[in-house]
Design a protein around this ligand. Sequence first.
Ligand code: PLP
Length: 365
Amino acid sequence: MYKIPLARPAIDNSEIKVVSKVMKSKWISSRGAYINKFEKKFKSFLGGGYPISVSNGTHAIQLGISALGINPGDEIIVTNLTFGASINAIINCGAKPVIVDIEKENWTIDLEKIKEATNSKTRAILIVHVYGIACNIDEIKKFSKRKKLFLIEDCAEALGATYKNRKIGLDGDCSCHSFYANKTITTGEGGMVVFKNKNTYKKALKIKNHGMSSKKKYFHDLVGSNYRLTNIQASIGFEQLKKINKLIKQRKKIFNFYDKLIDDKYFQKLPKNNWSTNSYWYYVIIIKKKNNRNKFIKYLNKRGIEVSPTFYPLNSMKTFKKYSSGKYLNSNYIGKNGICLPSSGLKKKEQTYIVKALNDAKNIF
Ligand SMILES: Cc1ncc(COP(=O)(O)O)c(C=O)c1O
């Protein structure tokens, strides 16, 4: 147990009360009023789309890929800097991931690399707004349209982020969200996939529920699976959405504090630009002096601060190496030298303690 954990889910009396209400109602599986209420509220937060609640963020991606009709053997281009769920979802659907590098400045997938990786087998681009940073959406979208490729947005870390003043999650053919405990809002485990096209949405609704016809019980129109979220989880999500703007604001304050007080001389910070805002998920720092990360993590852990390394670049792991080619210099730099700091639910005293520990650490380099 750390004195300061990496994430603090914002659970209070409102979630406890609603869970108790749902338990008493006995509607505890995936039927019940909160499924629809949660999806409707999510749609209103994003400002459109056709959302479907699912069991987790990984299944959101898998359901998206299946409903778009991407088949085994089809290729999906994916970034090298992401949590393994993005690529696992592709592989689990039988498609072939093709890993490309990130932009040096923005840390998100590099359009030039996407262009190089595109061929006749490419069916989709899976962009990840990693660490809440908006991808270069307009340019990627233009390219995907020109090449008739599906655009899938992995927004697991980016709920509430904006791009050119619009919320992230409505640009792709589908966007995929996670409600794991460390995310902007949580349902314990849970996710949402939001479709642009109503027919694809209808197909996905079936796949989510074993491919069963909505009109004829136990009659299967399609091969599907069980991607369902429970009514209990949906009720938590519904309550969380009521306070999402407040939660984002609190996170932003913590980011501003870190921005101001962490020493730039030793640490590179998250990218910033004038066309997007972060979701303020995890505050990431890159240790400028290379090969110090493990020492640094140990040092912070010893002071009771839980931190995590940035994602190991996919190409650096044996499991995924076969889907890569080349060097991936940018993602390897971020993936091998970065640390995620506690970024939610922190008291001012804790923020000050973390900053002091970081700036004091100069002498361990
Ligand atoms: C970028 C990214 N994609 C997908 C996922 C998968 O979400 P989940 O853990 O809800 O399956 C996560 C999260 O944990 C993530 O960070």
